[in-house]
Design a binder for this molecule. Structure first.
Ligand code: MN3
Length: 201
């Protein structure tokens, strides 16, 4: 069965009041994410070794494999965007539940220090990529960044709780070149910390 574009968990104008406009979500979900799914399905169709494999398996087997770099990029981007849509909330964006807040304070020193680290990761990712909040294998929350379509599932850096797309297509209509402002707004008003907590288990 071919991979499919999942529907957005909210309408395309649901985040407009939080500075992610309808056109951004229409293009990002309907065009960019769809293009990764279409490309991935094209690669799977041509490569029997990929057929019947889960998305996670394809990401792991294509990671750091130069022959499968285009497969990895598109599979990674499909996985990343599935998480990204869930990692945003039009109703609870920015609200940090108590149990997650305690863990952030314990592992980063403060919520502000977490946000600074996340923002620094996103701003410091040269070119396209992602900033992540992960539960590292040692049980601590950590912030990481990955280039292009890579992700913590591939790198083994931990379980992704939140991922923020810092490719220009995610913020250019709303923030132009101001990636730091996009990240600050994302953390303060858009990020779905209930989702992050649910991933934490
Ligand atoms: Mn994107």
């Amino acid at each position: 069965m071919a991979f499919q574009l999942p529907p957005l968990p909210y309408s395309t104008n649901a985040l407009a009041a939080r500075q992610m406009c309808q056109e951004t979500l229409e293009l990002h979900h309907g065009k960019h994410h769809q293009a990764y799914v279409t490309a991935l399905n094209g690669f799977v169709e041509k490569n029997p070794a990929l057929q019947g494999k889960s998305l996670e398996d394809i990401i792991k087997l294509s990671y750091n494999n130069p022959d499968l770099a285009p497969v990895f990029n598109n599979a990674g981007q499909h996985w990343n965007h599935i998480l990204f849509w869930q990692a945003m909330s039009p109703t609870e964006g920015g609200k940090i539940p108590g149990r997650l807040e305690q863990k952030l304070i314990s592992d980063f020193g403060s919520v502000a220090a977490f946000k600074e680290a996340f923002k620094a990761a996103g701003v410091g990712q040269f070119g396209s990529g992602w900033a992540w909040l992960v539960l590292a294998p040692d049980g601590k929350l950590k912030v990481t960044k990955t280039p292009n379509g890579s992700n913590p599932l591939a790198t083994g850096e931990g379980k992704a709780l939140l991922g923020c797309d810092v490719w220009e297509h995610s913020y250019y209509l709303d923030f132009r070149n101001r990636r730091p402002d996009y990240l600050q707004n994302w953390l303060d008003n858009i990020a779905n910390y209930e989702f992050a907590l649910a991933q934490l288990g």
